[in-house]
Design a protein around this ligand. Structure first.
Ligand SMILES: *Cc1c(COP(=O)(O)O)cnc(C)c1O
Length: 390
């Protein structure tokens, strides 16, 4: 026994720390394990099987599309959407600058050129600006092949309007609904009506399959092609015949079983996320210089992440101070996603707009919004913020 071990270390014992509060931790319903067992019993430990089909058809019902392909990630879904829109080297793809990298990196996988757009006050792509620039691009012969909308932090884009604009210029409309499953606009599910909508079931999303995604469309042939591309683009021949290059992008039947269990509680999760946002708002709204990411008119956001903004005139370095104060209490918070036109990897990319996305980035904080958070957890977050900002 070493000297160190023989010491009475009782007095040095760390105080039992509260477990870390995450931004958006996975939250199982309790049914998933049973469904995974069912998948095991069937021995479909493979990227096909009954759970995969079940997950796809149940998801299709919820998101308002006739056809769905379940995939390995949301990023894979965007990539396939671009393939199906025939995006090739040198083509332009327009996108919101305020998005997550996985929603736009597939533009580069296709050797296409991203063009970024500023957002409106609700963090969604500025469609007035997009329409105006499409008219100009049409005149200059520089139209994009596709437009990617992002439903940031659960706020659904106005797909009906975007669709009208895109149809005029023959541009494929892709809605990145990775963050907005369970949200709706004018009573329609987020993403519905786009040529393609994409979803993510990564661990931090409102529901998870541990990792996964989906591509949806009302074009059944397109989704059939997506499935073919997602499974190595095999032609119908026993000897593995290939006429084009595909990917290994399918979701596994086991992960789909987790997804089936998660879909059962999606509505509950949305209700809880909205409750968490409302709790933050009521507790913090009277602090000076604080505001909240507002729900776009006519929409119901799933409030995937609760977002606050801090007026720089009232709070010097407000976001970084708040995030640091939370971190000191073992609580995870993050700035708003950094706009793509400011990312080193997209240096030199064309950008239309002003400072709106950048201002959101500089003043915004994403607060812990996990649906499994307890009342005490939420109160700790509130207390730290009140303390940091007064
Ligand atoms: C999470 C996310 C993605 C990527 O999804 P993965 O499943 O992690 O590949 C794409 N776009 C947005 C807006 C996201 O939030």
């Amino acid at each position: 026994m070493s000297n160190k071990d023989s010491n009475n270390r009782e007095s040095e014992k760390p105080i039992k720390k509260r477990p870390r509060i995450f931004l958006s931790a996975p939250h199982m319903s309790g049914r998933e394990q049973e469904l995974v067992n069912e998948a095991f019993a069937s021995n479909y430990i493979a990227p096909v099987g009954p759970m995969l089909s079940r997950f796809e058809s149940e998801l299709a019902n919820i998101i308002g599309f006739s056809n769905v392909a379940a995939l390995a990630s949301g990023t894979a879904a965007i990539h396939l959407a671009l393939r199906l829109a025939y995006v090739q080297a040198g083509d332009r793809v327009w996108s919101s600058t305020l998005t997550f990298i996985g929603g736009v990196s597939p533009i580069i996988y296709q050797s296409a050129t991203p063009v970024f757009f500023d957002v409106d006050p609700f963090s969604l792509i500025d469609l007035d600006l997009v329409e105006q620039e499409l008219e100009r691009a049409n005149a200059n012969n520089t139209l994009p092949k596709a437009l990617i909308l992002t439903d940031l932090y659960g706020h659904p884009c106005d797909v009906t309007r975007a669709r009208k604009i895109c149809e005029r210029f023959d541009v494929t409309l892709i809605c990145d609904s990775a963050e907005s499953l369970g949200s709706s606009i004018a009573g329609q599910p987020a993403g519905a009506g786009a040529d393609f909508a994409t979803y993510s079931f990564n661990g931090n999303k409102i529901i998870t399959t541990s990792g996964g995604g989906a591509l949806a469309s009302n074009n059944g042939q397109a989704i059939q092609n997506a499935v073919k591309l997602a499974t190595q683009a095999k032609e119908p021949a026993l000897h593995y015949e290939h006429e084009m290059i595909g990917y290994n992008y399918r979701l596994s039947n086991i992960c789909a079983a987790i997804g089936v269990g998660q879909l059962e509680v999606l509505e509950k999760r949305v209700a809880r996320k909205r409750e968490i946002f409302n709790t933050y708002r009521s507790a913090l709204k009277d602090l000076p210089g604080i505001s909240f990411l507002e729900e776009p008119p006519g929409t119901k956001s799933n409030r995937w992440l609760s977002v606050i903004f801090l007026d720089p005139d009232k709070h010097e370095n407000g976001p970084s101070r708040t995030i640091a104060a939370l971190e000191a209490q073992n609580i995870e918070a993050r700035p708003i996603w950094k706009p793509m036109h400011l990312q080193p990897v997209f240096k030199g990319a064309q950008y239309f707009g002003g400072e709106r996305a950048n201002t959101m980035f500089e003043t915004g904080v994403c607060l812990p919004s996990g649906t499994a958070m307890t009342k005490e957890n939420i109160n700790s977050v509130i207390a730290v913020i009140q303390d940091a900002l007064t």
